[in-house]
Design a protein around this ligand. Sequence first.
Ligand code: NAD
Length: 263
Amino acid sequence: MTDVAELSWKQATDLTGKVAVVTGCGSGIGRATARQFAAAGVTVYLGDVNEETGRATLQDIESAGGRGEFIPLNLLEAASIDSFADEVKARSNGAFDIIASIAGIDRIEPFLQNSPENWDKIIHVNYLGPVRMIHRLLPAMIERGAGGKIITIGSDAGRVGSTGETFYSGSKGAVIAFTKALAREMARYRINCNCVAPGPTDTPLFTVAMEQKLRESLVKAIPFRRMAQPYEIAHAIMFLASGAADFMTGQVFSVSGGLTMHG
Ligand SMILES: NC(=O)c1ccc[n+]([C@@H]2O[C@H](COP(=O)([O-])OP(=O)(O)OC[C@H]3O[C@@H](n4cnc5c(N)ncnc54)[C@H](O)[C@@H]3O)[C@@H](O)[C@H]2O)c1
């Protein structure tokens, strides 16, 4: 027997009054997630290396009546990650419920043309940077004792591979495995850790990084024959951040129009 009270769908999905940390807020999926969270009554602490676009997202949120703060974050620099996390803890008094680690980069080229400098950059922005940030934020979440939700962004490239994205696939595979292992350690604190794996999504990362011909053939392979819109990935993140996902942890949630149907 457990003492978990039954919640209605409305209660479980209500995010009003929650506090979220969102990285990659300056563009694409991070921007959509920040805006959608804020519109649902969540106070957002926003991070991005691009201060101009990051602050523009905040302005957008505030002019729609939402609440948030922007703090510069460069996932390539340990000192920047530490000061971002420390600022979030100080400004929120350690009271944040959700970490949505969304910022990421890609580089599409055949493996034999890769340069080790790019490996270094991708592994830091996509994997080691988020790991350092979560490591720095988690003690406050645990100490508060109110549980929490950590959502990382992987990619199906990290589960099934993707031509021209060998190293990116490796970085996303690392994110997925990290999220699963963290989920096991954090369950005792009622902190759920899940990973969203977006399919091709209409953001600069996809539309700028990939040649038009390649993009078109990829979209043709999607059963729904279209890319995702960033808000559709945001909604999956919000579901995992809500009470409706209280019993889900260590899962990879693909939002890909059926491009990947992974068991
Ligand atoms: N768009 C897709 O098709 C797709 C598919 C699968 C996974 N993803 C993943 O979704 C996430 C978001 O991607 P997107 O498509 O919205 O990309 P995007 O390029 O639109 O946005 C990425 C954001 O991350 C920020 N960023 C980049 N380097 C940073 C750094 N060093 N420190 C802090 N912030 C930094 C950028 O400034 C930008 O605002 C990424 O993790 C990406 O790998 C995207």
